[in-house]
Design a protein around this ligand. Structure first.
Ligand SMILES: *[C@@H]1O[C@H](CO)[C@@H](O)[C@H](O)[C@H]1NC(C)=O
Ligand SMILES: *[C@@H]1O[C@H](CO)[C@@H](O)[C@H](O)[C@H]1NC(C)=O
Ligand SMILES: *[C@@H]1O[C@H](CO)[C@@H](O)[C@H](O)[C@H]1NC(C)=O
Ligand SMILES: *[C@@H]1O[C@H](CO)[C@@H](O)[C@H](O)[C@H]1NC(C)=O
Length: 798
């Protein structure tokens, strides 16, 4: 299997720098006296401050063809604009100032869209990077790049075909709102149409909202480019070496961009924002990024399936097959169809089964719980290296492939048959009776629910009376939080449930809205998320019915002293491998919320109280999606801040905080550090005397990364059982990952998907910079967080 890397070699200089600076003659404007401007004159137009240059540039791929282009003088491989991207000219061409006042690229008919008003009109290059000729500016006609201050015209940005091929490609930024590949939309600017990249590095949207690109000064060079790999990125230049670095990107996981990998190949994206297209076992590379079977399938009966863990194919699906009760049903279905090339099965009990008519848009991601089974010849003896799913399912949590196997009827004796029949008859009667009452009670619900597609969901609507009975009139309280109080209960079928009574007032959201949101939450399936089983919206009450997680929340185990004060029995101590498993499970669940869900779900309140533990200490994140259920009015009553002191990311302190998924990353980092240290950030602050300066991440950073004494921060109760050889690697990973998550600048924090990989050890972790309390954002407010009273603002060292 050969790997084929899509060339996203972002920093590779493809033009030779020496060739351009040495032989070129600089001038500051092009007027009628200078016309014609021939290619072989080697002249360049330079902007007044010297940032940009314009002139004829040979194509990197064919040195005898030229573009009339604008580029950065400090980084001359970066072309920001070209007059003739789709029709390069030969070295006998010239830019001509015609008699009738036109500027023409001869011998083509390409000209700028303006007529000189007098013979003294000149073509000049502004310091902003725009070419100016009378009323025309090159900013009206962008190629794939936008510069700071540029007014965005009403045409679409079109990416290049490849880094070295400037012709118009197939990725477009349409109306400054969404990315499309041919007609297929694949990325959306969720803050609304872009309007402006400002000179201090904000990417502004029409709604007034903005994306933070970097936190640099006004004189930093920046650009917004729709790259040939289909991602939209903002770059800043490091003035020391003239290199570009990415400060913002629209699509976090590049494999989501369609069209990067061809037929039969699988997209794998790595942390450096690059993708590789890999051929599955049993396949070899043909042209480009396509793959073909090594042994062609001639007789469909002579085939077997190769299992590719963590792989999903998202196109080429047979629309008629969407689910199967078991893996083997899904497999037999495919074997019976000669045209079936394989199938995808999801291991979370949802029964998702898709038959593949073509292997298209394959993606590998350790966050998906699917495996693809591709059909190969029986003679093919390739061994798959896409493995680990079963192991993951086993180590993260006990397997719970929900649906019970159908009873084995292969060898029925008469007696058994009779019993089965009796049971069947009885059940039928019971079911009919139940069904009748159900229909009477729920006709109204079914009508409305049908419209919302709720009847498709494994979600049940309970009546208030049912839940009152199940919870013994809400007598057994097991917890409470920002969103409401939780009660333990037991359903008539003996399932133990946790019923959460939400605080939201009934006036704020209608029943239908509530159902719709609950339906979204119910669609989120992950082994490390608490399952929602049902809900109740009645008499102004809003209740959610969850699975009951027996061991309670993580805080009980991490901070037993605090719990003891409340008179609760002491919890057992969690050992290092359990803590590590909890950290990974929680990271995966949040990564799933952020990256794998169709609905963008931020948790907004990650803290040990919201991490529940199963009997085997498998973690389950709770309270996710509740932020979606909160209405505007509720948020105001929470003074605009959602979350818990001690876990809030610094950006909440701004006047108009821009909250992104990175706020969850911060909260997770704090929880991770608390898992390692066994100390709560806030509580330590309050209890110790000289605590004003104390900030858990700063202390941990100094001990672990400066003084290199990791042992000092570990939970003291576990010191005896800390075995350097056995635990130092996982502890080191947990501490460094936490420090990365706790960076004050959101852009510095890794994404949750990367956090999971860092914890798993599948990527190397760079030494983190120091975590400081203060956030030097573009907002003028530098007010300290509540609870962190004095100490002057500090800058991160980055
Ligand atoms: C520019 O100069 C040419 C001769 O060099 C003359 O024929 C033409 O009328 C002038 N155009 C304007 C707009 O002055
Ligand atoms: C872009 O934003 C800056 C700063 O807010 C503003 O001064 C400038 O006028 C804006 N430019 C455009 C084209 O909107
Ligand atoms: C796999 O791809 C299908 C088709 O796009 C999608 O519906 C499904 O949710 C994907 N499954 C996972 C686990 O990503
Ligand atoms: C399987 O091997 C190929 C070639 O060595 C490699 O490119 C690919 O990344 C491997 N797959 C996984 C899931 O590691």
């Amino acid at each position: 299997m050969a790997a084929f890397a899509v060339t996203v070699l972002l920093f590779l200089p493809i033009f030779s720098a020496a060739a351009i600076s040495d032989q070129y003659v600089n001038f500051t404007s092009f007027s009628i006296q200078d016309s014609p401007w021939r290619v072989d004159q080697n002249r360049v137009l330079v902007s007044p401050g010297g940032s940009f240059a314009a002139g004829f540039r040979p194509l990197p791929t064919s040195p005898h063809l030229f573009l009339f282009a604008v580029w950065y003088r400090q980084s001359n491989e970066t072309i920001v604009w070209a007059m003739n991207r789709d029709s390069p000219v030969s070295n006998s061409s010239s830019l001509v100032f015609s008699k009738d006042g036109k500027l023409i690229l001869s011998p083509t008919t390409i000209s700028v869209n303006a007529t000189a008003s007098s013979n003294s009109t000149k073509l000049v290059l502004e310091e902003t990077g725009g070419l100016q000729f009378d009323s025309w500016t090159s900013f009206d006609d962008p190629m794939d790049t936008i510069l700071p201050g540029q007014t965005l015209p009403s045409i679409n940005l079109v990416a290049r075909r490849s880094l070295a091929d400037y012709r118009s490609g197939f990725y477009n930024l349409v109306n400054w709102t969404s990315l499309s590949f041919y007609d297929e939309k694949y990325g959306n600017i969720d803050k609304g149409p872009l309007t402006n990249l400002t000179s201090d590095g904000l990417l502004k949207a029409k709604t007034g909202d903005y994306y933070l690109a970097d936190f640099g000064e006004n004189d930093t060079l920046r650009r917004l480019t729709l790259d040939p790999d289909g991602n939209l990125r903002v770059y800043s230049m490091n003035p020391a070496n003239g290199r570009w670095f990415i400060v913002w990107r629209l699509i976090p996981n590049l494999c989501r961009v369609p069209g990067l990998c061809g037929l039969n190949s699988i997209c794998m994206s790595d942390v450096d924002d690059q993708v590789s297209c890999v051929c599955p076992p049993g396949f070899r590379r043909t042209a480009g990024s396509r793959c073909e079977p090594i042994i062609n399938i001639t007789a469909p009966a002579e085939t077997r399936f190769l299992q590719l863990d963590f792989v999903n194919f998202t196109k080429g699906l047979n629309p008629n097959v969407t689910s199967a009760p078991t893996l083997s049903n899904c497999e037999t279905g495919c074997l019976d169809q000669p045209s079936c090339r394989g199938f995808v099965y999801q291991f979370d009990g949802s029964g998702y089964c898709a038959h593949l008519e073509q292997l298209l848009e394959g993606r590998w991601s350790p966050g998906t719980l699917t495996a693809a089974y591709i059909r190969v010849s029986k003679r093919e003896n390739a061994i798959t290296n896409f493995t680990g799913l079963t192991e993951l399912v086993n180590t993260t949590c006990p397997v719970r492939l929900l649906l019970p196997e159908a009873p084995d009827m292969s060898n029925p004796r008469n007696r058994n048959l009779a019993i089965v029949c009796c049971f069947f008859a009885l059940e039928l009667l019971g079911a009919m009776a139940f069904f009748w009452t159900f229909i009477r009670r729920h006709t109204h619900y079914r009508e409305s629910a049908g419209n919302l597609g709720l009847d498709q969901l494994p979600l049940r609507r309970f009546t208030l009376a049912e839940l009152t009975a199940a919870t013994d009139d809400f007598s057994h309280e097991i917890g409470s939080g920002g969103f409401g109080t939780v009660y333990k209960g037991e359903l008539p079928d003996h399932r133990v449930v946790a019923v959460k009574r939400l605080k939201f007032s009934s006036r704020c959201s209608s029943d239908a809205e509530f159902w719709a949101e609950a339906a979204i939450i119910a669609r989120l399936h992950h082994l490390n998320l608490v399952r929602l089983w049902g809900f109740c919206a009645e008499k102004g009450q809003r209740l959610l019915v969850y699975e009951y997680v027996p061991n309670g929340s993580l805080n009980k185990f991490l901070f037993p002293a605090a719990v003891r004060e409340q008179g609760v029995a002491e919890a057992p101590m969690l050992d290092w491998s359990t803590r590590y498993r909890i950290a990974i499970g929680v990271a995966r669940a949040i990564a799933y919320l952020h990256e794998e869900c169709r609905e963008w779900v931020l948790h907004c309140d990650i803290k040990p109280e919201n991490i529940l533990l199963e009997n085997d200490f498998c973690p389950k994140v709770s309270d996710f999606g509740l932020a979606k259920l909160a209405t505007k009015a509720d948020m105001v009553s929470m003074s605009g801040i959602r979350g818990t002191r001690g876990y809030l990311a610094p950006e909440w302190a701004g006047i108009n905080p821009t909250i992104t998924a990175k706020a969850d990353v911060y909260s997770f980092g704090m929880v991770l550090l608390e898992i390692v240290c066994g100390i709560r950030n806030m509580e330590f602050q309050q209890s110790s005397m000289e605590s004003c300066e104390w900030y858990l991440p700063k202390w941990a950073y100094e001990k672990a990364c400066v003084e290199k004494k990791v042992e000092d921060i570990l939970d003291p109760r576990l010191l005896q059982s800390y075995d350097c050889r056995q635990h130092s690697k996982i502890v080191d990973r947990m501490v460094k990952t936490a420090i990365w998550c706790l960076q004050d600048r959101p852009e510095m924090r890794p994404s949750m998907g990367k956090v999971a990989k860092m914890l798993e050890g599948t990527v190397d972790i760079v030494e983190p910079p120091q975590a400081t309390i203060f956030f030097l954002g573009p907002s003028p407010s530098l007010s300290p967080l509540p609870g962190q009273k004095n100490s002057a603002p500090k800058t991160a060292d980055a």
